[in-house]
Design a protein around this ligand. Structure first.
Ligand code: XMP
Length: 516
């Protein structure tokens, strides 16, 4: 897609590469990540206004370490090397690299000796902390380079050769632990590369709707609405672009949370003039799940039943050529594997079980350039209310993977009512927006309790609330004890069939967020 000025990030395999791209975008500049193995011609075809070389786990001194075309350093546009990116720059330009015995990991004090444009404006009155994560380091900068900063253990922590437009940092300006990292990146983008910021979500909506209109022509598009933010935004973007040529299909699989269908679908139906097909497939899903308790089997059944239902409904529509999906940028980025030398691998897209091929439809993926936080900004742009934008993630298999053991309408109702209380209390206490996810899980065991004068023998519900940035790792949220007590009391008093609530205090890893 065509944007204003673009910055290209060459990925050498750092865990922070995506973070660099996000920081650049937060500064209002469009950025893309490409593998470091990209041929020079292809890189030039991107027409980058600046190039950033990411960090990476390898050592430039090893034979099979990932390299880069020499031409990158003579592109004529500013290049910023970060960590491994700095080492590779120094290595190509005949600086001296020292191989480390130990990695330096964590905070270091930066001593700015000559800020130049790159380190201009850093607040140094109380020292300047930067985040290091490296093995090798540059012992002597290549000829023509000036040293901009040192640390106690590094003679070259930042360097530049303005004549050749080359800049480098041994530390990571993209991580939050580096003081003023944002200023350094902005210096590079705006003072050095003089990039013009043009990446806003309003401009994204404008150019994406125009492109969708052109790409789709007068064909029909079908889109599965799950109620999640991604599919909702996909639907609204397409609706804005092609109006009634879009048909949205919402499959009620009977595994949704309390009032979910009403909340999201009701809202869309009321506020947008969408072609919306709501399929009540509750019976169909539940009958197939009867007697099934294996988590993978549940997932499989729900997956293929969804495909069958969706396909049947889509086949009733005329003139459909495209299937719209909410694929995001992290699913698209080509990542680089260094095992046995660089090789580009593309992460598999989570498209719905091969549905596009099966139905012979082409894919439309209007969010494939966006990070999750940008999708939320687009949602704001499209006028969605906060309670939809900030809904917690909800797994495709729904409540089925939060009922441990067999699923029945009765057990679903117990979980749905328990979860309703969790959601209400999290929202009422202001904790809903602070946590990544919070929900109830119904356990497959009964315990003894006492209510009034009677002995009870009823189910146990677990409370699972976690903090996370991306669901890859998570920690259990330290909710105030009063809030936990209120949730527990309400569930036990209000939900028939539950006499005990337990709190899940496991992190991910080694546990997962969901219980199945
Ligand atoms: P886990 O349990 O793997 O979950 O730590 C990580 C995140 O993914 C969500 N999740 C799913 N989402 N289909 C989905 O669409 C699934 O089968 C699925 N399983 C887990 C989970 O809610 C959490 O946010």
């Amino acid at each position: 897609m065509e944007h204003h000025d673009k910055v290209v990030i060459l990925d050498f395999g750092s865990q922070y590469t995506q973070l660099i791209a996000r920081r650049v975008r937060e500064a209002g500049v469009y950025s893309e990540i490409v593998p470091c193995t990209i041929p020079l011609d292809e890189l030039k075809a991107h027409d980058p206004k600046a190039v950033i070389l990411s960090g990476g786990p390898a050592s430039v001194l090893e034979d099979d370490s990932p390299g880069v075309d020499d031409g990158v350093f003579a592109l004529g546009v500013p290049v910023l090397g970060i960590c491994y990116g700095m080492q590779i720059m120094a290595h190509h330009l005949c600086g001296r690299i020292t191989q480390a015995t130990d990695r330096e990991y964590g905070r270091a004090d930066l001593d700015v000796v000559d800020p130049g444009l790159l380190l201009d404006g850093l607040r140094t009155d109380e020292g300047h902390k930067v985040w290091m994560s490296h093995g090798d380091h540059v012992e002597a900068a290549p000829e023509g380079f000036k040293v901009l900063a040192k640390t106690g253990s590094l003679d070259v922590a930042a360097m530049s050769d303005p004549a050749r437009k080359l800049y480098a940092l041994q530390f990571h300006p993209e991580v939050a632990h580096t003081d003023d990292g944002e200023i350094i990146l902005r210096n590079f983008l705006f003072k050095i590369a003089q990039v013009k910021p043009g990446w806003t979500m309003a401009s994204f909506v404008d150019h994406t709707t125009a492109e969708l209109r052109e790409a789709v022509g007068d064909a029909g598009v079908v889109c599965g609405l799950s109620g999640g933010i991604d599919s909702t935004v996909v639907a609204l973007l397409l609706h804005k672009a092609i109006g009634k040529q879009l048909t949205c299909i919402f499959v009620d699989n009977g595994l949704l949370r309390h009032q979910e269908r009403e909340e999201v679908i009701g809202y869309l139906d009321e506020h947008f003039d969408l072609n919306l097909v709501v399929v009540d497939a509750r019976e169909r899903f539940l009958s197939k799940l009867t007697g099934v308790s294996d988590p993978e089997e549940k997932r499989r059944i729900i997956g293929y039943t969804f495909i069958d239902v969706f396909e049947e409904e889509a086949n009733k529509l005329d003139g459909v050529k495209y299937l719209a999906q909410g694929t995001l940028y992290p699913d698209v980025i080509e990542s680089v594997s260094f095992k046995g030398g660089p090789s580009a691998v593309i992460k598999s897209h989570h498209n719905v079980g091969g549905l596009p091929e099966k139905m012979n439809l082409d894919l439309v993926e209007p969010l494939r350039e966006l990070f999750k936080d940008e999708v939320r900004k687009v949602a704001v742009e499209l006028g969605l209310p906060d309670y939809i934008i900030w809904r917690h993630p909800f797994p495709g298999p729904g409540l089925a993977i939060r009922i441990i053991g067999e699923i029945s309408p009765e057990r679903l109702e117990v979980l749905r009512q328990s979860d309703r209380i969790v959601q209400q209390e999290l929202r009422a206490s202001g904790w809903y927006q602070k946590v990544w996810q919070g929900f109830a899980v119904l356990l497959p065991l009964k315990t003894v309790g006492v209510m009034g004068d009677d002995r009870t023998y009823e189910s146990v519900v677990a409370l699972r609330v976690v903090d996370s940035l991306d669901a890859m790792t998570a920690d259990w949220t330290r909710l105030p004890p009063d809030l936990v007590a209120r949730i527990s009391n309400r569930i036990i008093n209000e939900v028939r069939g539950v006499n005990r609530v337990v709190l899940d205090v496991s992190s991910k890893p080694p546990s997962t967020i969901e219980w199945e």
